[in-house]
Write a new protein. Sequence first.
Length: 300
Amino acid sequence: MTPRSIDEAAKLLAGADYVADRRLATAVFLSLELARPLFLEGEAGVGKTEIAKVLAKSLDRPLIRLQCYEGLDVSSAVYEWNVQRQMMAIRIAEAEGGDQVRKLEDDLFSHAYLVKRPILQALEATTYGKPPVLLIDELDRADEPFEAYLLEVLSDYQVTIPELGVIRAEFPPIVIVTSNRTREIHDAIKRRCLYHWVDYPSAEAELEILKRKAPGASERLSREVVAFVQKLRSKDLFKAPGVAETLDWTRALTALDVVVLDPATIDVTLGALLKYQDDIARVRGAESTKLLAEVQEELA
């Protein structure tokens, strides 16, 4: 059952171990209540994609994911015709002749020869009146012309196939669109969605995430990790660590039986936290020692 209030939306997310603030819970609730797509923008690794996964799991809906990339087109995202099957049908009909050829002319561009890609699957898929969750992930990676095709999908939950006409969802899917903002998404897309910026969590929220997602870490280690990562995000790095990296680092430290951070351990495990060599080189050594000293002084 979909949540009937913001509090229920927050509880639904928390029940799947997703730590959300009031603003995000409100955006999720309104998206479900108004049947509007939810556009989530923010840095990589802050938990945008996870929201779609949580909704699918918590609401018992199938998750249909369209991973965007440069060169993505309608044939990969929406539909295409099974040309090989069409050609085979043509050869069989020609061999049989007569009525088979005339019948094939009517059937050649029917649903029987249609290959459904994620968007069309999401519009047509309904189980017991419960539509799926459609995740259009990292839209900023796709080319701008593809955005124009999405306008019909996001505004009317339908697609137009020239040979078949309009295919409209009987029950609109729950649509989550994400962007890491590597480029600006056109305003026309955003106008068709509810918008929410997913920011890095506060120290308190990130500590709660670690308690839920990495329960094997000691209380002291979790606090030191969160404080260290929070300080790193204030530095001029090429790519600041997201929540996903915080979790990766904590799990790596736990696997090494680390209970308290020390400079040597930080230096040899930075690859779990930072993903660019220039960032690692800048933080490793004196900088990491300095940051750790500040962390331990604050937590003392």
